[in-house]
Write a protein that binds this ligand. Structure first.
Ligand code: PEP
Ligand code: CO
Length: 463
């Protein structure tokens, strides 16, 4: 780097780390935040949240960090997925159950293909705030603030609904805690039981040329489970309970600060609102507020890496976030798009290798593959999603590494938001059950099918 230092390097926080506290981000330039008219009401809501119990426990967060370190070392595979934006109205037993079910089923199919344990991380119990490309939008001739997620304002397109409301922060804490409570109850109560894969809904393969292969995979899984149960060495109850972790984009920093806790004097700070948080592609400026907040928390963190990111700058950023190069701390989630992954991923991997950074590579094949139909509906094509994933598996392998995880926007319901897949959803099907308030998600069948295909890719890689 020599004497002609780049301004970023002179300020590099890992060389002279400035003092950090959960609120030092407040002195930095910040993006993607709402404007609250009533600052006093905002302060009161955040103070209330600060006094509430954490949603997760430090030991769980440390456990996830260890599991992600294993994944980075090639010994586990990460499955992260869930809604683009959770909504308060979806805090119902049916929706939570179906999300857990699809994530667990996908994880079993992936574990079968990878012959490795799968780390399950939901985009759930806190994924309420959304980055947006503009502050306002015009609806029927009226300019309104955009919808920024249920914890900020209402989707209703009127001036009152679109006002940022501090009470929504409290509601989001309650919705997250209800969701997490029900997830924990289902898991400890035996919902995760793998003994009944016959309950899986495989009707989508009815039309698929893969019918026999998928049927065979399920039969093999059933057989393996039956064998393990009858084999004394593996305790039966282990099959009925699984680890499950929560995550969301750490976007709304006032809220994240209020969920940040230090359990002992001089100890590390943890965000105990989720096990893992990630930094979005729109809020990763090296001198910005989000990086300042994230560098001080001990949670494992994800960072989205899109086509506009400069690889060298990203490497500096990763050093700032993980100065001790701790394994399991950083998951890089690339989201280039099918058409750009071949050009963007190799330089990204090269920069990370050049700086000797320990990271887990994951692929979000959703956010670079958004298209609009001729009727103006936002969708994603199953084949483009798969195309980006296949490219990631192969590029990492060619460069001597490994794609160690995948990141999806998906739901357990029968929505019609993405096109393609074995069930053959076309553009004309999209209006039938298009529910998302934000990005289009894979439905139950498309998500499970995706898991079967990835499982096949990983089986092929082992061969
Ligand atoms: C998201 O994950 O919902 C998202 C907005 O992604 P990105 O930051 O990669 O655009
Ligand atoms: Co999204």
């Amino acid at each position: 780097m020599g004497d002609h230092a780049d301004p970023n390097v002179e300020q590099a926080p890992w060389i002279h780390p400035a003092p950090w506290s959960p609120s030092t981000w407040r002195a930095k330039p910040i993006k993607q935040q709402p404007h609250y008219e009533d600052a006093k009401a905002l302060g009161a809501a955040l103070d209330t949240i600060r006094g509430y119990p954490p949603l997760v426990f430090v030991g769980e967060v440390d456990n996830l960090r260890r599991q992600l370190a294993d994944a980075a070392a090639g010994e586990r595979f990460l499955l992260q997925g869930g809604d683009c934006a959770e909504r308060f109205q979806d805090c119902t037993p049916e929706t939570i159950t179906s999300k857990l079910k699809i994530l667990l089923q996908m994880s079993v199919v992936l574990a079968y293909g990878a012959r490795q344990p799968v780390v399950r991380v939901g985009r759930i119990a806190g994924q309420y705030a959304k980055p947006r490309s503009a502050d306002t939008e015009v609806i029927e001739g009226v300019t309104l603030p955009v919808f920024r997620g249920d914890n900020i304002n209402s989707f209703e397109p009127d001036a009152a609904g679109r006002k940022a409301d501090p009470n929504r922060l409290l509601q989001s804490y309650y919705a997250a805690s209800m969701t997490l409570n029900y997830l924990r109850a289902m898991i400890t109560g035996g919902f995760a039981d793998l003994h009944h894969p016959q309950n899986w809904d495989l009707s989508f393969v009815g039309k698929s040329t893969q019918r026999q292969r998928y049927g065979q995979v399920v039969a093999n899984i059933q057989d393996a489970v039956a064998f393990m149960s009858s084999f004394g060495g593996i305790r039966e109850e282990r099959l009925g309970s699984v680890d499950f972790f929560t995550s969301h984009e750490g976007l709304l920093l006032g809220f994240e600060e209020a969920m940040t806790r230090q359990l002992s004097a001089g100890g590390r700070h943890y965000n105990l609102g989720a096990h893992m948080l990630w930094i979005g592609d729109r809020t990763r400026e090296i001198n910005g507020a989000h990086i300042e907040y994230f560098r001080g928390i001990a949670n494992p963190i994800g960072i989205k890496w899109g086509p506009s990111a400069d690889p060298e700058e990203m490497a500096l950023l990763l050093k700032a976030l993980n100065p001790s190069n701790e394994a399991g701390r950083i998951t890089i989630i690339t989201r280039f798009g099918e058409g750009k992954v071949e050009a963007c991923l190799p330089p990204a991997v090269a920069a990370v290798q050049r700086h000797g950074l320990k990271v887990l590579w994951s692929s979000d094949p959703m956010h670079g593959n958004i298209i609009k139909t001729k009727d103006g509906i936002k969708t994603r094509d199953f084949d483009a999603i798969l195309g980006e994933l296949r490219a990631c598996f192969s590029i990492h392998r060619t460069l001597g590494g490994r794609l160690g995880g995948v990141h999806f926007e998906m739901t357990g319901e029968d929505v019609t938001e993405c096109i393609g897949g074995a069930a053959g959803l076309g553009e004309s099907d999209l209006t039938r059950n298009y529910e998302t308030f934000c990005d289009p998600r894979l439905n139950y069948s498309q998500a499970l099918e995706m898991a079967f295909v990835i499982s096949g890719i990983m089986r092929g890689e082992r061969a």
